[in-house]
Design a protein around this ligand. Structure first.
Ligand SMILES: [Mg+2]
Length: 369
């Protein structure tokens, strides 16, 4: 199944509400763009992926996919995925992990379609559903977080994660307010988005372990492994790091050998695709650790993440980042959480989600080819 063409169709994503997840995103609103990555083959099958996010337009790096990755793909067999992925990694400095990831996902989509199987089945299915957690944006007050957590609890969701204002004293107040609102037996996590230095991280960590939080995510800068080692020795609450550690599969090695984190983490966009995430999840399994899957930044990446979660044992939750209008775009029907707080496997070939080609046509900005 020879690859005959690779294109990126840029389309507008509008109506994005004012949103912030931390200092790393700033506050964004209005319009972004996504790229529909299409890999065409001589057998008429097409593989797809979405590039980009509401806070990071596909137009930022889609050009590097066409310029640097497309020549490595056209004319080769779409099912020789490992060889193509290894080849793309060699050009990592000229493009981005997001672009490599989008191509890798589109190759998996093609492989699933060629086999007539959903991707999770092609890998080897482990389960058919997984619990979701609601993952907040930065909200204006402790009571706003408390009300949102209560609302998701009332809908049947089984866990809630706080993205706090990233000012440590306020952050503790937010955690206290949410714990009080949802009661002692509800799952809560804190994601401090790399905001603290060690003393603040220790103070916040002590507070949330007293509040019975389930995990403490990214309290320190992603390049501060020595402080993570120290922090982990001081705290009882498990630490979840490595979401944005520079690099991908090979970057996990020091975190494992130095015992700097209790979980590994990643997603198909920031780690370079399903292939990279699968390898990392299996690496974590060898250390008896979970690989907790991060949200993917767009609807089709989240579908790829869902296939990943269905095909590994060592992931406990599926992240649903809020609000919907800043995370969901371009599918006819997006992933939904049921009344028990679960998301379910997609059982159509490839990614198996129905892309809204009509919307993409209406919102088209241009085609990179
Ligand atoms: Mg995070």
């Amino acid at each position: 199944m020879k690859i005959t063409d690779v294109t990126v169709t840029l389309f507008a994503w509008d109506g994005i509400p004012p949103t912030q997840y931390g200092r790393h995103t700033g506050r964004f609103a209005g319009v972004s763009d996504l790229g529909l990555v299409t890999i065409r083959t001589d057998q008429g099958l097409e593989g797809h992926a979405f590039l980009g996010a509401s806070s990071r337009p596909a137009s930022d790096d889609g050009g590097t996919l066409i310029r640097h990755l497309k020549p490595l793909l056209v004319g080769d067999d779409a099912l020789d995925r490992e060889r193509l992925v290894q080849r793309m990694w060699q050009r990592g400095r000229a493009t981005t992990l997001r672009c490599i990831g989008a191509v890798d996902i589109a190759l998996w989509d093609l492989a699933g379609k060629a086999a007539g199987m959903p991707i999770h089945r092609l890998i080897g299915t482990y389960r058919d559903s997984v619990p979701a957690y609601a993952s907040s944006a930065v909200l204006p007050s402790p009571s706003a977080y408390a009300e949102e957590a209560q609302a998701f609890k009332a809908r049947g969701w089984t866990a809630y994660k706080i993205h706090p204002p990233t000012r440590w004293e306020e952050d503790i107040k937010v955690c206290e307010a949410v714990r009080k609102a949802v009661g002692d037996d509800y799952r809560l996590m804190l994601d401090s988005t790399w905001a603290y230095q060690y003393p603040e991280a220790l103070r916040v960590g002590r507070a949330i372990e007293d509040l019975g939080f389930y995990w403490y995510e990214d309290p320190l800068s992603e390049d501060d492994i020595t402080s993570y080692v120290k922090l982990r020795q001081q705290l009882r609450v498990p630490i979840l790091a490595t979401e944005y550690t520079p690099g991908s599969l090979t970057a996990y090695a020091p975190w494992l050998t130095l015992q700097a984190t209790d979980y590994l983490r990643g997603d198909v966009a920031v780690k370079g695709g399903l292939t990279a995430c699968l390898k990392a999840a299996h690496l974590a399994e060898a250390f008896h650790m979970n690989y907790e899957v991060h949200h993917g930044g767009n609807s089709l990446n989240n579908v790829a993440n869902l296939h990943l979660a269905m095909a590994i044992r060592n992931c406990e939750y599926f992240e649903v980042l809020l609000p919907d209008a800043a995370q969901k775009w371009g599918l006819v029907k997006d992933i939904e959480v049921d009344a028990q707080g679960l998301v379910h496997a997609i059982d159509k070939p490839g990614l198996g989600a129905e892309i809204d080609f009509e919307l993409i046509r209406k919102k088209q900005i241009g085609v990179l080819s």
